[in-house]
Design a protein around this ligand. Sequence first.
Ligand code: SAM
Length: 322
Amino acid sequence: MFSYRHAFHAGNHADVLKHTTLIATLQYLTQKDAGLTLIDTHAGAGLYRLDSDFSETGGEARDGIFKLMTDQRPASPDASNKTARPSTERSDSAMKVDTSAIQDYLDLITGFNPDGRLRVYPGSPFVMHSLLRTEARDKLKLFELHPTDSKVLAANVAQLEAGRQIAVARQDGFEGLKAFLPPPNRRALVLIDPSYELKSDYAQVSACIQDCLKRFATGTYMVWYPVIPRPEAHDLPRRLKTLANQAKRPWLHATLAIGADETPPAALAVPGEPRRHGLRASGVFLINPPHTLKAALEPALATMLKALGRGPGKGTSLETGG
Ligand code: SAM
């Protein structure tokens, strides 16, 4: 427990999928005037340096946000020198229509890097905060259990001077979430994004979703999970589908696989670098997704695959039901 630090992984392909989906979902939900409760059960540290020792060690952002930025905004220098100079202009009108979810994601990341160099990556708390509306009295509840990351998160959030709009708790997010459902405004988006460091996380996610649907069936729930050869990981989306179908709620399931790294092994042998052969695929499962999400994700997934796909096993899937 607690060996996982998201700083090693910030901006990787899994974050690209997760945060693009999160932004598209929130953009839809914030179109209505009524206030929204946002809950992040596994918040992480909130903000990450892409030029820190952590991210240098894993270098996972190189196969994620850097590649995507370079592919979509070719004015950026290549990812190997860890800089990007994103243009704020979309390059043509077709791109505006077809890849707007990606462009919205890149615009948001660019907002954190105003000098055009990609140094800071916002985690889900800051992604959510970017879309929070003061006038609608949206609220953001953040849970983070890691002793260090919860302190870093609290310090990062304090800088926002958001007052009571954002609450940070060093508490188990699976448990803490219960107190907020149903929310007073009857509108909520819950992100459940554990590290799956513990095998029990998989069962906890399905138990949590089952409980959430009993407490508040119309909330929007988004679960991220790793696609890895482990029975629990394989079963999770199936269990979530069953739970959504039993509750008669619509769902959306999307995956992105970047495939095997075909770089010759010698080039990968970086001493002390733990995760070069790391995660190749992940998925997001949403219950009560926006009805617009499938159309938004279809071209976005194609763009992610084109930019991030590496080798054998690469691909995407997108399925809805309910
Ligand atoms: N949601 C973040 C984002 O997208 O930027 C990343 C979160 S990271 C994948 C998972 C986090 O959950 C880690 O920081 C870990 O310390 C924390 N964590 C693990 N178990 C937890 C629990 N039971 N409750 C709250 N946080 C937990």
